[in-house]
Design a protein around this ligand. Sequence first.
Ligand code: NAD
Ligand code: GLY
Length: 351
Amino acid sequence: MELITIKTPSTKGEIYIGKEAISKRLPCLTAGQKNFVLTDSNVYALYEDWFDAHFPQTEIFILPAGEENKNFQSLYAILEKMAGAGMRRTSRLFAVGGGVIGDIGGLAAALYMRGISYVQIPTTLLAQVDSSVGGKTAVDLGGIKNVVGAFYQPCEVLMDSTFLKTLPDKEIKCGLGEIVKYAALNGEIFDLLENRADDWKGLTFLESLITACVSHKARVVEMDEKESGERRSLNVGHTTGHAIELTSGLSHGESVLYGMLLETRMVMQAGVCEKTYGQRLLALVERAIALEPTAGMDFTAIEDSAEKARADKKNTDDDKIRMAVAKAKGQWTDFSLPFAEYVTALKNACK
Ligand code: NAD
Ligand code: GLY
């Protein structure tokens, strides 16, 4: 079992990675106070016995699965249930699921009685490599991703890759969306992917990627918890990715892959990203996209997506689109374009 710690000005969090993470840590974390579990309908259906064994006589809220439920109504229902079940300031929330459950569960924990302790038990690859770490919590509102939220760190994250055995290939591909993002920021993760000619889906390989991505993220979050500087790097591919997610019906990880594809082509054309490196990065993105055949993205609808990029949280000016983009191996940079130029560049990148 590996332990990675995150120390921020507000807190110290611990991330345990390995097959013993849950058996070793959960008994200590559940003892001594009232607990509340949040999960989604798919995870509960697959792991009902696991919940019975690990959370006997515990209030469990089962949210219908899907990004469309990461909203205020669900948040309200969770908080109402917590209050109805008599949760106190000393109570602890356990978010067991993918990024949707982690994001909304973390926000419920941040709000309930002005903040109670919570633990992330991520069950998707995307949540294990990225979303369960770093304390970003949120719900979507009014067609804007993650627009209501808080930075609120979990006390512990327990990662067990055994959960990935039931994950459909499409969700492995979504996790690879965030992993390729880390490859754009970290030369060692880039080499891990590039040197592995086949089978990106093997569990042992994924475990090494989880540790590498979490280590990278932990250091970035320690440097810049509230995203005023270095943490912006973790949004590579995300400005266009979120815009695609909101208009295409594709899931978050798939949209990030297309966001990386288009933004990398865009910055190569603009001379911001070094060409040979950009081509190698694009090859990784394309390999991840090809891992699981889906309908993919409708490039003819790109103007609708571009409009959504206008509302992105990272923009400071109504008419400028601000992106974090890949520059060279292990290097990123800020890149802004006036909206009209962004639309033109995006359309060119689709060709
Ligand atoms: P998700 O939570 O919707 O999970 C994807 C699907 O996998 C769901 O249908 C879920 O029920 C199912 N599932 C979960 N665990 C499973 C398992 N072990 N076996 C089989 N099926 C399983 O989506 P996600 O891809 O995990 O996360 C995406 C969300 O994370 C988005 O809302 C995104 O905005 C957010 N996110 C947050 C951060 C952050 O830093 N907070 C970072 C990246 C993404
Ligand atoms: N996933 C982006 C971040 O945590 O900052």
